[in-house]
Design a binder for this molecule. Structure first.
Ligand SMILES: Cc1cc2nc3c(=O)[nH]c(=O)nc-3n(C[C@H](O)[C@H](O)[C@H](O)COP(=O)(O)OP(=O)(O)OC[C@H]3O[C@@H](n4cnc5c(N)ncnc54)[C@H](O)[C@@H]3O)c2cc1C
Ligand SMILES: *[C@@H]1O[C@H](CO)[C@@H](O)[C@H](O)[C@H]1NC(C)=O
Ligand SMILES: *[C@@H]1O[C@H](CO)[C@@H](O)[C@H](O)[C@H]1NC(C)=O
Ligand SMILES: *[C@@H]1O[C@H](CO)[C@@H](O)[C@H](O)[C@H]1NC(C)=O
Ligand SMILES: *[C@@H]1O[C@H](CO)[C@@H](O)[C@H](O)[C@H]1NC(C)=O
Length: 483
């Protein structure tokens, strides 16, 4: 009894010493570890709050294959780190041109408005004008569509309802709650090649094995002894020539260097408590100025698939369908006269998986919608699918409906970072301010920052996150003078 207690006390008070501590085992943390291992640096430890590695990469086995409730697509080919590692396991990109588009219960063929709006969106994003995407798009819409269809009430109404769909597409890309928050200027760099490549049934989690050279054979790096799961770091204390870390479970670590990789959402919420001394400007400004909101993915599993050869369905809500929502789905949040379900706009198949569909819900109610029970979510999305597609398809009952909860997860607190009107004030960029290491009294960089949001040109992506992990590992290798 006493010896147990003494052991427990010893375990709590013992301070583990490491050369390098990596906080977070998402894409950035695993990439940091992989690069260190490549250079035979093994004296590091990864502290990960969750009981699994991957962070915002989370592949779930549904039916015959893996389905991603987090990152899903590989965006681009040329110069894309993920593409280089994984091209043998990817499937040709999604072809959204082949999607079926339903306006109310009517299938629209030709998707003319979609094409028209996509080209408007292309004109109003990545501009040099300091306005939000929402404002830029709306004013172009007013100047073009509104004029063009002013004597055609049917088209005018349709294009007005379609505005919501285009906003949803933009929110899917940027992860914001409103397109009025996203800057129309952006440093994001597109890469040539396909922009929506998908894992052919293996799930995005395979990238973690590929980084550690453990796929297709498990003959690469074994990090089991360097990885501590369910270790939430609560305090990072900068000393004269080292860093001390405290964890939620009472354990303490001391290290020469820390690589901090948790999301911008975690930083926004915790930076004042996490860092001792507190972070300074311009890093704090960058944390506050960059955007980090949320999106919801809904995975539906069916015993009998009903969608035939079709891959994707856009659901464009009309006034009648919106008006029925309060009566037919009398639960869940509403905001500014909008019902939460009217932000459910796209559902599509997942590669190699004959049984699963993946849907998207966006907009300002995401935090509240996440809190719905699985039964409520199922009732809502099945109502939407039946009311839009029920005339043309024999929709079967799902065997399982699960939705993502990234925003309420204290280890993520949202989706992916985006550039706001204010973040564009930073020179050279808010992401670079975020990436700047913290140097101790001895002049040595001690706390380093990696993660998706610290990438100036590929933020919000997995390849961007990996590049930042490599960047900080390289910085360490230089400090440690490892060749
Ligand atoms: C729904 C969704 C869809 C997406 N789709 C795509 C896509 O199609 N293509 C694409 O390229 N990207 C996509 N992304 C973005 C992509 O997932 C991220 O950019 C990338 O995975 C981020 O990796 P990271 O290592 O920077 O951060 P994370 O993955 O967030 O890793 C940080 C890790 O730190 C841990 N952590 C947090 N706090 C602590 C703490 N206090 N102590 C210890 N550990 C902690 C977290 O648990 C996490 O594991 C998507 C993201 C989401 C949410
Ligand atoms: C790492 O160690 C291995 C085996 O000792 C050696 O072959 C390799 O060259 C080393 N790599 C580097 C980058 O030093
Ligand atoms: C577009 O027109 C509508 C009314 O027709 C107006 O309310 C809105 O402010 C206009 N938007 C922009 C950005 O000009
Ligand atoms: C840290 O550095 C300061 C001055 O640079 C010095 O006064 C202090 O004693 C140092 N603390 C330790 C623990 O070395
Ligand atoms: C853009 O406009 C916002 C106000 O809407 C302002 O705060 C910001 O400084 C401007 N950004 C640039 C780069 O001028």
């Amino acid at each position: 009894m006493w010896s147990l207690l003494v052991c427990a006390l010893l375990a709590i008070s013992y301070c583990y010493a490491e050369k390098i501590i990596i906080v977070g085992a998402g894409a950035a943390g695993i990439a940091t570890a992989a690069r260190l291992l490549e250079h035979n640096v093994t004296d590091f430890r990864i502290l990960e709050a969750e009981g699994r590695i991957g962070g915002r990469i989370h592949s779930l086995q549904i039916g015959d294959a893996y389905v991603d409730i987090g990152a899903q697509y590989v965006h681009g080919q040329k110069g894309n780190t993920v593409y280089e590692l994984s091209k043998a396991y990817l499937k040709k990109g999604k072809d959204f041109d082949k999607a079926l588009l339903y306006y109310g219960s009517t299938m629209k063929t030709g998707n003319t408005l979609l094409d028209e709006f996509i080209s408007l969106a292309e004109e109003t994003t990545y501009t040099n004008v300091n306005v939000s995407i929402g404002e830029a798009f709306s004013s172009r819409y007013n100047a073009t569509c509104l004029k063009k269809y002013k004597d055609d009430l049917k088209m005018l109404t349709y294009s007005h309802d379609f505005l919501r769909t285009i906003e949803c597409i933009i929110l899917t890309v940027d992860g914001a709650f409103s397109w009025n928050k996203i800057s129309s200027m952006s440093n994001f760099k597109f890469q040539s090649g396909e922009n929506f490549l998908q894992w052919d049934g293996l799930g995005y989690k395979t990238i973690l094995d590929l980084l550690l050279k453990n796929y297709p054979q498990k003959t690469g790096y074994n990090i089991d002894n360097q990885l501590s799961l369910e270790k939430t770091v609560t305090r990072i204390i900068l000393k004269n020539n080292s860093v001390k870390l405290k964890c939620k479970d009472g354990s303490e670590y001391s290290s020469d260097h820390v690589v901090f990789t948790p999301s911008l959402g975690v930083l926004k919420h915790e930076h004042k408590n996490l860092f001792m001394p507190r972070l300074e400007r311009p890093k704090v400004d960058a944390i506050e100025d960059l955007g980090f909101d949320g999106v919801i993915k809904v995975i539906l599993e069916f015993a009998t698939p009903w969608w035939g050869k079709h891959d994707d369905f856009f659901l464009v809500w009309n006034e009648e369908k919106r008006n029925n929502l309060a009566k037919d789905i009398p639960f869940g949040p509403t905001k500014d006269g909008d019902h939460w379900l009217s932000w459910f706009y796209l559902v599509g198949t997942s590669p190699k998986n004959s049984k699963a569909l993946v849907g998207w819900i966006l907009g300002p109610m995401v935090p509240e919608v996440e809190k719905l029970s699985e039964d409520q979510m199922k009732t809502g999305v099945m109502y939407a699918l039946k009311t839009f597609l029920g005339k043309d398809f024999d929709i079967t009952e799902p065997t399982k409906v699960i939705h993502s909860k990234w925003y309420m997860n204290p280890n993520i607190r949202g989706a992916y970072s985006y550039e706001t009107l204010i973040s564009k004030k930073h020179d050279p960029s808010a992401q670079e301010a975020l990436a700047e290491p913290i140097t101790a009294k001895d002049g040595v960089p001690r706390i380093l920052f990696a993660g998706e949001a610290t990438s100036s040109h590929r933020f919000a992506t997995v390849d961007g996150a990996i590049e930042t992990g490599y960047r900080e590992a390289d910085r360490l290798l230089k400090i440690l003078k490892v060749k």
